[in-house]
Write a protein that binds this ligand. Sequence first.
Ligand code: SF4
Length: 455
Amino acid sequence: MTGNPASKNAVSTTNACKLCTPLGASLAFKGVEGAVPFLHGSQGCATYMRRYIISHFREPIDIASSALGEKHAVYGGGPNLKKGILNVMKKYSPSLVGVASTCLTETIGDDMGLILHEFRNDFGDLDLPDVVHVSTPSYQGTHSDGFNRAVHALVDQLADPEAAKSERVALFPGMVSPADIRLLKDIFREYGLTPTVLPDISETLDGPALEDYEPVASGGTPVSEIKALSGAAASVEFGSCLPKDSAGLCLEKRFGIENDRLRIPLGIRGADALHDVLCELSGLECMPRRYKLERGRLVDAYVDGHKYVFGKRAVVYGEENLVVALTAFLAEIGVQPVLVGTGAEGKGIAASIEAACEGVLPELPLVREGVDFHDIAEEAETMSPELVLGNSKGQRYARAWNAPLIRVGFPIHDRFGGQRLKTVSYEGTQELYDRIVNALIEKKQSDSPVGWGYI
Ligand code: SF4
């Protein structure tokens, strides 16, 4: 069952189960080398987003803005956008400025494409950075939409039709963690493949301590590699609910590059699908031994941990591609997902969950799209959840249900190390599985009047 029956009469959102759309775009732009995310809107938007991203990644985050005020709402924000980009050029010498619109500029109808065209004409004598723009009104869609649209805009606006053919494989991993991206790059290389990961936040949003402050963090996908993607040998993108204008499909449509769209490779079936594709792309007959061993250990862990997780009733919420992958994984380990909630809607989430759980789950979970945490809590009230998976925004609800919350996804504001949590492939799945089993054991142990020291 899908949809939010209450939404027809709803006049407000209480604790949204999604974040602001240009925030997602800013995250994606942070994964490009030398890039500065730029919001065409008010300073308050940039401050909120910086605060949100910093709390999760614990890295300094600069997001520029055209700092619009009341008069720009009447006369338009074009002059401020141009002035703002010039200021960013002076302060950061960026290789790319990623401009995302906001609620205000979408409402007043600023034509960013036209303004940026004028900017290039007005200042063509300067050494201009690449400027990519994306439309991200926050009253439409979610942070995940903003992220995906920004990745699509980077490919669509930068890929050079004249680029030479190469052996590189484009990887569009979606909103996974910096640790996941490091892991994915290692896996591709182990297969002898050279990936261009877009965006690559592995260093820009999880960097080392430095003696000197870097105005723009090192790392990220080089702009030259994005331009050369039109000559890539193949592309792989993660996400069951991606739009038709995804980055991978853009490469396929415009340059004839074969695209493999996969669920986020979480769980044994999800990871198997990724390794099958990598075998195909690399020409290897089977996965390298180290992954066979990882897979075998994971199967062994499933057997060992089954008695702790089997039959537990779980609530899952968050970004749409993640909830599909998590639900499929829970089904695989014997947990019964009873409710899946997401702020996203109209993306075939229920159908993706049904397809991902076919033949594994005796009973499909209730899927609620376009909901807030208030709706999720109302639905879960009679479901007696024993386990909750999602970002830290659901913490107070998990606490009310007296169920352990396994923090996964973005944002994680009430724990340390969210940027280093892994979920992909056998290694990431193993980490997540261990966390789930231990959380259930810990709950049982702390609820026990006698406790025990051995399991
Ligand atoms: S929801 Fe709109 S107004 Fe609020 S921070 Fe996001 S873009 Fe700005």
